[in-house]
Design a protein around this ligand. Structure first.
Ligand code: ADP
Ligand code: ADP
Ligand code: MG
Length: 613
């Protein structure tokens, strides 16, 4: 077997490959960009080579630097991981030309499947059912519009070189075709350097079903059953599971055999995935499942297949690349239980899923029976703007679909990341969606109901009470009132917004602030030693900001005469409004702020001078 591997990737992907390589006793070499010098994958490898600046196109995507690093460190083989150079046939060939072992399919197989039109044509020849559509050379706009009409609306326009959900346009009616085509071609030319498109019938009630295949150098090809990746956001996978809900044995056999034929048609070796689109309107039926594309690499969601088959697919890749036969025959592979994976991203669902970058000051993954976390970051690491903002893949395995679903939901509930925002709460709620619970999935589910699942939740009174008790000493702190003992009420700031919390208990060494973690969400709670603004103690007439926030209204002008209790200013923090009033009758002597100003806690906003009567 190969004795040493250079992993041409970063983060979670590189860590995943290093884990198996080390278990097999192989020497591992990492490569890293300037942004990744302190990264987990660098620490885990036996050796690491710097390959340039943070931008991927100047480091991780530069094939020559990676090959040079392998030669320099004496690594025998290169594993590309997934993403980056994994489906780049020219890079695979360059690795072989340098006398190194390529842990991946033959370059010719990558090329054959690299363009969606060529791949579909090849599958048609191999007798694999493909989505109805137009595949040809003619790219004339009017001709393509006529083809779309022939195929029948709705149609999808797909860039033949597209990937990662990019370069696709759904067109519902003929009058929208011309604009959609032009914008798809523009995006395809800019992102993939190839404006060529194909037209495909848009399958209604779509389900994404894919089959894991594996080939070796001895002519063997097996499948490792199917995965369902129908839970997608903008054509990108969010939650994946294996097997597919509602798949009967006859349909499974038909789809998996079609996948094996597809792999055999290109002389496939190594790990690959054949993606199908299914019309799920009447359940999964063999005559309603069509080939979509082949991914000639290990897939992000491979852990669910590993869980149900008990195999390590990275080990399979290394053995196959070493010239060994496949570790298992087809009749030695069976499905055990059910597995689900959720992609935990550093993004803010409440803000349109915008990436949330920064240091992971607090990072805790929920872990239960049958759980697995694949990650490339630890607490204290930073999610940088340079790469995919994935924090981890959270995977659960159980005897039944319901077990796996509940275990995964629990793991996500207990996941706590701060101050970076994540989609953990969104994922947990998605797992409880009635349609998902029933296994009645389709690729449009998140588009239809996702907005409601992205709404932020509020922490429960119980979680707040527990957190509050960690912030106060046994003796009453200022601002606390004694209630019917032992419950007390105190003023706090929750993510900067004032909140009154009833709680019991206290801490001998109170923390300056604490995190409130619940349902996969995290809030920061701190004591609020607020200055009462009702005039009781503000004897000198100074009006101070009781919390950090924004002045949204100034109701008085300098020199105005005001009466006790009259509204002076309105302050906003975290969408909650707070009114500041005159502590006594007087004159506005000084006005130190204006509407729209951002203010710090205790900033002087105004001063009221008492009037002599
Ligand atoms: P998959 O079907 O394996 O989930 P996708 O189509 O979602 O793959 O994405 C294609 C590949 O590109 C994946 O392997 C993913 O990890 C990788 N990828 C996506 N975005 C990035 C990125 N910004 N940086 C590196 N790799 C990425
Ligand atoms: P990519 O290379 O970006 O992964 P795919 O061809 O695999 O492109 O399509 C991505 C996703 O778009 C699929 O997983 C599926 O949800 C949707 N999709 C693709 N083709 C069709 C189709 N013909 N009908 C309905 N949905 C489709
Ligand atoms: Mg795809």
């Amino acid at each position: 077997m190969i004795q040493s591997i250079l992993v041409a990737n970063r983060g979670e992907i590189a860590c995943r490959i290093i884990r198996t390589a080390r278990r097999l006793g192989l020497r591992t070499v990492a490569v890293y960009s300037e942004a990744d010098a302190q990264a987990m994958h660098v620490a885990q490898a036996d050796q690491a080579v710097a390959i340039g600046p943070a931008a991927a196109r100047e480091s991780y995507l530069v094939g020559e630097k990676i090959i040079a690093a392998a030669l320099e460190t004496g690594a025998q083989a290169i594993h590309p991981g997934y993403g980056f150079l994994s489906e780049n046939a020219a890079f695979a060939q360059a690795v072989l030309d340098a006398g190194l072992v390529w842990i991946g399919p033959p370059p010719a197989a990558i090329s054959a499947m690299g363009l969606k039109d060529a791949a579909k044509a090849l599958m048609q020849q191999a007798g694999v059912p493909t989505t109805p559509g137009y595949l040809g050379e003619n790219q004339d706009a009017e001709f393509l519009a006529a083809e779309a009409a022939r195929v029948g609306y709705p149609v999808l326009i797909k860039a033949v070189a597209g990937g990662g959900g990019k370069g696709m346009r759904l067109v519902e009616q003929p009058q929208d075709f011309a604009d959609a085509l032009a914008s798809c071609q523009r995006e395809a030319a800019a992102s993939f350097g190839n404006a060529h498109v194909l037209i495909e019938k848009y399958i209604l009630s779509p389900r994404h079903i894919e089959v894991q295949v594996f080939g070796d150098a001895h002519g063997n090809v097996v499948h490792l059953f199917e995965r369902d990746c129908s839970l997608q956001r903008r054509h990108q996978k969010v939650i994946e599971e294996a097997p597919a809900p509602g798949m009967d044995e006859a349909t499974r056999a038909a789809v998996c055999q079609a996948a094996v034929r597809a792999a055999q048609a290109v002389g496939y070796q190594g790990a690959g995935t054949i993606e199908f689109i299914a019309d799920g309107s009447e359940g999964l039926r063999a005559d309603r499942i069509w080939f979509m594309e082949m991914n000639t690499r290990l897939q992000v969601e491979h852990p669910v297949t590993e869980a149900i088959t008990g195999q390590d697919l990275v080990e399979w890749q290394i053995r196959v690349a070493s010239g060994e036969p496949l570790p298992r025959r087809q009749d030695e592979l069976t499905i055990q239980g059910w597995a689900m994976e959720a992609r935990l991203y550093a993004e803010d669902p409440a803000k349109g899923f915008l990436p949330s970058i920064g240091r992971l000051e607090h990072l805790h993954f929920g872990m239960g029976e049958g759980g697995r976390i694949d990650t490339g970051v630890a607490q204290g690491d930073t999610i940088s703007p340079f790469y995919d903002p994935m924090v981890a893949k959270v995977i659960a395995h159980g005897p039944s679909r319901e077990d796996a679903r509940q275990r995964l939901a629990e793991m996500l509930d207990e996941t706590a990341v701060w101050p970076v925002r994540t989609n953990a709460a969104f994922l947990a709620r998605l797992l409880h969606h009635p349609q998902f619970v029933a296994g009645a999935v389709d690729t449009g589910l998140i588009g239809r109901d996702g907005a409601a699942l992205a709404e932020p939740l509020a922490p429960s009174a119980a979680a707040l009470a527990k957190a509050a008790a960690r912030l106060v000493a046994p003796s009453l702190a200022p601002g606390l009132r004694l209630n019917a003992a032992p419950v007390r009420t105190g003023h706090f700031l929750l993510d900067g917004a004032p909140i009154e919390i009833a709680f019991a208990g206290a801490a001998t060494a109170p923390a300056p602030f604490t995190l409130v973690c619940e349902h996969g969400q995290v809030w920061r709670l701190e004591p609020w030693h607020h200055k009462p603004t009702d005039g009781a103690t503000a004897g000198d007439g100074a009006i101070l900001a009781p919390m950090p926030g924004r002045v949204i209204a100034v109701s008085v002008a300098q020199g105005d005469t005001v009466t006790k209790g009259q509204k002076l200013l309105t302050l906003e923090a975290m969408k909650m409004e707070h009114t500041l009033v005159a502590p006594f009758d007087g004159v506005v002597d000084a006005l130190e702020t204006q509407a729209g100003a951002q203010v710090q806690v205790d900033a002087l906003l105004a001063r009221i001078t008492q009037q002599d009567d």
